[in-house]
Design a protein around this ligand. Structure first.
Ligand code: KG4
Ligand code: ZN
Length: 340
């Protein structure tokens, strides 16, 4: 079964063609990072407009890179939730229109499910039951997955997502958007034991990352000798290059430790676990990859948002009995749980 997957939930316009949920025939991603680096973050209206411009060229390129005609496409899959409203609308309306025009069944995919299924786009796939750590700009969750298409949230963040925390700490340090890759890069030249940062004291499997962000802010203020009322966007002017790298390394080490501690706790609570899967934009982080040598990670190029994972998720939903969506009515849901 050959599926065209479409993804526009945030700031990547993406389309891909995938055979049987495992084999990538093409994977086209147009990122808006250059636009938003200037602003230091995503502006939803601008993102939606950029998706509109890039969408059809990206779909056409995905088909031509795969040497596929419309006749060979068996189904269309699209991310319809969660994400930015205007961004989700562009991908979903495009997929609905293409499904009607070319008489193809249409499948609606949850964004976090698709991140998990990026781990099936490989030769070595995870076994059930599994624990998934889903870490992105908008989510931080531990999922218990007993079989395909059956997701249970067993841990979630009570405030900021871990990716959001990377992005906010990067801003404090004056590192460019998106924060994750810039922190990882700066950390290479830093001393990760230089600044001691706290781990949140939360029982069970839930996370909290806003305290860590504030701890970085307070430690920076103390280090450069300014009061807490000092404008945070000006702190970067007072930090030396080495201090920035030491803060990046210390923060990254703490964030990775927090994620690993909760995952270890989950493994104790679910001893029947066969595989541990890490997914979402933050799974690109190489320190995290080093800290979890036994876990499954997507190929680095599939950690961030892409269409291939959408097509993969749809394939495994279809073989688990999922019904196609109505192309005349499929809705978008900016905030909806993976359990719904
Ligand atoms: O999954 P994703 O591409 O988009 C969402 O669904 O949110 O995740 C984006 C997030 C951003 O917060 C970005 O800073 C983070 O993933 N990220 C990283 C790395 N690469 C991207 N965080 C840490 N280390 C990285 N290497
Ligand atoms: Zn994502």
């Amino acid at each position: 079964m050959i599926i065209l997957g479409i993804e526009t939930s945030c700031d990547e316009t993406a389309a891909a063609v995938v055979r049987d949920g495992r084999e990538i025939l093409s994977n086209v991603v147009v990122s808006q990072i250059d636009i938003f680096a200037e602003y230091g973050g995503v502006i939803p209206e601008v993102a939606a407009r950029s998706h509109l411009e890039a969408m059809m060229p990206v779909v056409s390129k995905a088909l031509s890179d795969a040497s596929c005609t419309w006749d060979e496409i068996d189904a269309i899959a699209v991310t319809h939730a969660p994400g930015l409203l205007g961004s989700l609308l562009i991908g979903t309306l495009t997929a609905r229109t293409l499904a009607i025009l070319h008489s193809k069944p249409l499948y609606a995919v949850h964004h976090l499910k698709s991140h998990v299924y990026a781990n099936w786009l490989s030769d070595d796939v995870p076994s059930f039951p599994l624990l998934a750590l889903v870490i992105s700009g908008g989510h931080t969750q531990i999922l218990w997955i007993q079989k395909h298409n059956q997701f249970e949230i067993i841990g979630t963040t009570r405030d900021d997502a871990v990716g959001e925390c990377f992005d906010k700490v990067a801003k404090i340090l004056g590192l460019p958007y998106p924060g994750g890759p810039s922190i990882a890069k700066a950390a290479l030249k830093g001393d990760s034991s230089k600044y001691k940062l706290p781990h949140p004291k939360i029982d069970g499997l839930d996370f909290s990352f806003s305290g860590l962000k504030t701890a970085v802010l307070r430690t920076v203020q103390k280090e450069v000798g300014v009061p807490i009322s000092y404008p945070s966007h000006k702190l970067k002017e007072l930090l030396s290059g080495q201090q920035v790298c030491d803060f990046a390394a210390s923060f990254q080490k703490t964030a990775v430790e927090i994620l690993c501690e909760k995952l270890e706790k989950a493994l104790e609570m679910y001893p029947e676990t066969q595989s541990v899967v890490v997914a979402g934009g933050v799974s690109a982080n190489s320190e995290l990859r080093k800290a979890l040598p036994e876990a499954y990670f997507p190929a680095a190029s599939l950690s961030g948002d892409n269409g291939a994972m959408v097509a993969a998720a749809a394939y495994f939903e279809i073989i688990s009995g999922a019904e196609p969506a109505d192309p005349y009515a499929l809705n978008i849901y900016p905030r909806i749980s993976i359990e719904k």
